[in-house]
Design a protein around this ligand. Structure first.
Ligand code: 3PG
Length: 206
């Protein structure tokens, strides 16, 4: 099964303290969102991936903000089970293709999507979704590129997520709203679980 079809929402998480990673992942799994993207933006990110991979077997933890081949190597070493990037470079794509795990390279235009499709990639992150054209842009792409599917990320909210999820070429959406920094800092995992449970119900079409 494709990464895009596992859950309607992939939480995009910024971890400042690796000690929060395991309880956070447990809360997301309990709320119904087992696919978790840890962004490689903080010093704690790789340790967070490592701990979730080791201690939360029901989570599918991956790395986001993957920008280089070295990032791919580090993410795999930590136990990442998928890779997500904001954009795509030739060397990054080559590393993703040979990683052996599912990957969602980032695109924001028809040309970028076509360039990846030419190389056999059919599933991509659409980023930054709201700024790059949003629902209407993705809907327009489905005509000429019916075989390409996306995970839009960037500016997705509980209010606009259902419109994205209703598109034929969208499998899931990504977003940071499920794991707000303030709740993580406060260790408010029950509230995060509740946000996850609400997000898990957002899909409006089968
Ligand atoms: C990101 O990579 O930062 C994601 O796109 C998250 O975007 P959001 O904070 O707008 O959900």
């Amino acid at each position: 099964m494709s990464l895009l079809d596992l859950t309607p929402v992939v939480p995009v998480v910024v971890i400042e303290d690796a000690g929060t990673a395991v309880p956070l992942a447990r809360a997301l799994v309990a709320g119904g969102l087992p696919v978790i993207e840890i962004t490689l933006r903080t010093p704690a990110a790789l340790e967070a991936v490592r701990r979730i991979a080791a201690e939360v077997p029901d989570a599918v933890v991956g790395a986001g903000t993957v920008r280089t081949a070295d990032d791919v190597t580090a993410a795999l070493g930590a136990g990442a089970r998928f890779l997500v990037s904001p954009g795509t470079t030739p060397s990054l794509l080559a590393a993703m293709v040979s990683s052996g795990v599912p990957y969602l390279p980032g695109v924001a235009t028809a040309t970028e999507a076509m360039t990846l499709a030419e190389q056999g990639v059919r599933e991509m992150k659409f980023f930054p979704a709201e700024s790059a054209g949003g629902v209407s842009y993705l809907k327009a792409l489905s005509g000429p590129l019916p075989d390409v599917r996306f995970c839009p990320t960037g500016g997705i909210t509980p209010a606009n997520a259902p419109s994205y999820l209703a598109l034929a070429n969208v499998g899931c959406v990504g977003g940071s709203w499920v794991t707000p920094a303030v709740l993580l800092a406060a260790g408010d995992y029950p509230r995060i679980e509740k946000l996850a449970a609400e997000a898990a119900c957002l899909r409006t079409s089968p």
